[in-house]
Ligand binder design. Structure first.
Ligand code: AMP
Length: 200
């Protein structure tokens, strides 16, 4: 597959013998990916994970099936597990925006699985279902919030979600998000994020 990264730093070609521990992931994550049956990082994982753990912003381009989700999910979980920023009411420490409900659920399920030894809290927010359970889930705050743009804005407008403590922001399938006409929603959401953050 054709996987490319653009980053603000020079890149070392990944070594063939690279494993998940070498990439700098916290041990409970290495255990969880091994339990998933992953032995070797894919190229986008080998390139993205060390750069993200260092705190770089990143624009990643890779096909479906390249392991793109784990390439951002694993370093994000590792950083959340090792840095001590608190979980506050109605807030999230990491925000992942996805264009569709199906993708949001898939990302949330993957992150829960990878994070099963970490004790972090997750929420998935998307349209087409009742809003009340989502409001309740957000009351005590979460570590990881996976959301589609429209429903997230509804919750922000209802003062059920605040984004002022987000330290990590992911725009997944940014190209599809723009194709689907989410640019205005995305701009409003980005405007509510802290200026100092990691963006992917
Ligand atoms: P994605 O490109 O994120 O949709 O991932 C494609 C599939 O590859 C998913 O089913 C993952 O569970 C799987 N996967 C991700 N990373 C690895 C890996 N390092 N080794 C084996 N399978 C993986």
């Amino acid at each position: 597959g054709d996987s490319r990264l653009r980053m603000g730093c020079s890149m070392q070609p990944p070594s063939k013998t690279m494993n998940f521990t070498d990439l700098g992931l916290a041990e409970p994550l290495v255990r969880a990916v091994h339990a998933q049956g992953y032995d070797t990082p894919t190229p986008i994982q080998a390139q993205a994970i060390p750069a993200l753990i260092k705190g770089n912003d990143l624009l990643g381009l890779a096909e479906t099936g390249s392991g793109k989700t784990a390439a951002f999910a694993l370093p994000l979980l590792s950083m959340l597990a090792t840095n001590g920023t608190p979980r506050l009411p109605k807030s999230a420490r990491a925000l992942i925006l996805a264009p569709t409900r199906e993708l949001a659920i898939q990302i949330g399920d993957s992150m829960r699985e990878y994070g099963k030894y970490l004790g972090l809290k997750y929420a998935m927010i998307y349209g087409g279902v009742g809003i009340s359970p989502q409001v309740r889930t957000m009351q005590t705050g979460v570590d990881v919030l996976v959301a589609t743009p429209g429903r997230l804005l509804d919750l922000m407008n209802n003062r059920a979600v605040k984004l002022d403590t987000v330290t990590h922001f992911v725009l997944d399938e940014a190209d599809r998000m723009l194709d689907m006409g989410f640019i205005h929603d995305v701009r409003k959401i980005v405007a509510a994020l802290p200026k100092v953050r990691q963006s992917l």
